[in-house]
Design a binder for this molecule. Sequence first.
Ligand SMILES: *Cc1c(COP(=O)(O)O)cnc(C)c1O
Length: 401
Amino acid sequence: MTSTERSIAAAEAHSAHNYHPLPVVVAYAEGAWMTDVEGRRYLDMLAGYSALNFGHGNRRLINAAKAQLDRVTLTSRAFHHDRFAEFCTELAALCGKEMVLPMNTGAEAVETAVKTARKWGYRVKGVPDGRAKIVVAAGNFHGRTTTIVSFSTDEEARADFGPYTPGFEIVPYGDLAALEAALDDDTVAVLLEPIQGEAGVLVPPAGYLPGVRRLTAERGVLFIADEIQSGLGRTGRTFACDHEDVVPDMYVLGKALGGGVVPVSAVVADRDVLGVYRPGEHGSTFGGNPLACAVALEVVAMLKSGEFQQRATELGEHLHQELNLLVGTGAVEAVRGRGLWAGVDITPSHGTGRQISERLMERRVLVKDTHGSTIRIAPPLVISKEDLDWGLDQLRAVLGS
Ligand SMILES: *Cc1c(COP(=O)(O)O)cnc(C)c1O
C-alpha cells in the first residue's frame, strides 16, 4: 500500500462520506502548486473554491498570522481586542460601507444576513411579525445550514434535511420580471450571488444586477449580494457587482477574506441596516477573533492596492480567450465566467466532469467538477502566466484537442 492509499483508506473508514475528493493526498503547498505525500507536484486550478485567491502560503498572510500567534489569538467578544476596530474600519472602507459584523464561515455570514434582513424588516420596514419574506434565485448556493438548504433547489443538498425553514421564495436566476413579481409588502430582502459559482459560474444577463438594484430600491427591499466566492478580486474587480456599478445594501463575504489561513466571514452594510442589533441578539465565540482580524486586515490591505484585481483581469482575459478556442474544436460546449474564473461545459462525448478532473489529475492539474459535465477553473490569482498556460495545455491534451 502506498502512503496515498493508506491515507485514503483511513479517511474512508473514519470520516463521514459527505465529500468525494479526488484521490490525491496533499502534504505541502506554495503559491499555485501543491505537493502530495508521494512527492508529486500539482497545479492548483481550484484554489479552495476561491478561498486561496492569494495563493498557498502567501508570505504576507503567513507573516501576519505568525506575528499575531505570538500575541493573542482569542478573547471572545466578551472583551475588546486591539485588532478588532482596525479590521472593521478597514473592511467597511473597502466595501464603501459603515459597519461590519464578523463571523467565521460563509454559511454563518449568510445566516447573519438572513437574520439581519428579517430584523430590519420588522424593526425598520414595519413588516408584521413572522411574515418577513426573502427572495432567492434557483440554482443558488449559499451554504449548508438547515435554513440555507431550505431554499436550495439542489435535491442532493436538501433532501432528508427537512422540516425546512419557511420565509423564502425562489425565482429563476437572471429573470428580472419573475423577481419583480415576487416582491410584495412583506419582502425584506433579495439574496443573490452576482455570479452563481456552484451552479457552474453562471453570469446573469447584462442589466440584471442593475435591475435588481433599481427594483429593490424602489420597493424598500434590501439587496444582499453573496460575494463569498465571487468577491475579493476573483473576477478582476473587488466585487463582482462592481462590473455593473451595482452597490448592494449588504455584502456577504467569506472564503478569500481569511486568506486561506483561517475561516473569516462577514456581513458588511451601512448603519441603518447593521445598526438593528442590540447586545445578545446575535454572535459567535470565534467571530472577529484576533487571529482572524490580523489575517483579514492583511487581505484587505492587499486588495486596496488593486494589484490582484489587475492580475485577475489580465490573466482572466487570456484564460477566456484560450478556453473559447476549445469551444471551436467541439470538445467544449460553453465557457462562462469573469476574470480568473471559468465554468467549462465539457461536451458529454469527451467524458463527465469527474472523468475530466481525474484525467487532469493524472497530468498533475487539480480542478473540480460541478453539476455533471462542468468543470470550474479558478486558480490562485498569483499563478504565473506560464503555469496557467501549462495547465491549459494539460486540459487540451485531456480533451484531445
Ligand atoms: C462557499 C460558499 C458559501 C458557504 O461558505 P462556507 O464557508 O462553505 O460555509 C456561501 N455562498 C457562496 C456563494 C459560496 O461560494
